[in-house]
Design a protein around this ligand. Structure first.
Ligand code: HEC
Length: 116
């Protein structure tokens, strides 16, 4: 019984590295980046979406998160180097950002995204 629980502990601590594929890990980071999930604002595939609609000077105005599955890596990384107007700050490593970028790029081929 004791041996079993030790084995179980080992399996759990090593689990992601062994049982998660690169694609699954990348998707997990996009949805759960130690903070609000990117998908909550940028959409499931980074296609961009309307976050809310409010009235400004008597006119309906949209607050949107931009499309992010078609950016160059340099521009993508810039968003994490300074404080943005709306987007929260994250403490993601370069490697984690690379995974998220890789995940989003897979939606770039045949997807149009919303009009800006
Ligand atoms: C609360 C909503 C929200 C969340 C959560 C969020 N973003 Fe954003 N993001 C925005 C908005 C809005 C902008 C436009 C800049 C601004 O106004 O803050 C933006 C800008 C960006 C840009 C720059 C786009 C460009 O055209 O240069 C990138 C890249 C980006 N976000 C990636 C991400 C990633 C990756 C995550 C998750 C780690 C994430 N965002 C989480 C709302 C969000």
């Amino acid at each position: 019984m004791r041996l079993l629980s030790i084995l179980l502990c080992l399996a759990v601590t090593q689990s992601w590295a062994q049982f998660m594929t690169k694609d699954e890990y990348a998707k997990m980071l996009y949805q759960n980046p130690r903070g609000v999930g990117c998908d909550q604002c940028h959409g499931e595939k980074g296609e961009g979406m309307v976050m809310s609609i409010y009235i400004k000077n008597g006119k309906e105005t949209e607050l949107r998160a931009p499309r992010i599955n078609n950016l160059g890596l340099h521009r993508f990384r810039q968003a994490f180097k300074h404080k943005n107007r709306v987007m929260p700050t994250y403490s993601l490593t370069d490697v984690e950002l690379a995974y998220i970028y890789y995940y989003l790029s897979s939606f770039n081929q045949n997807q149009k995204g919303e009009e800006k």
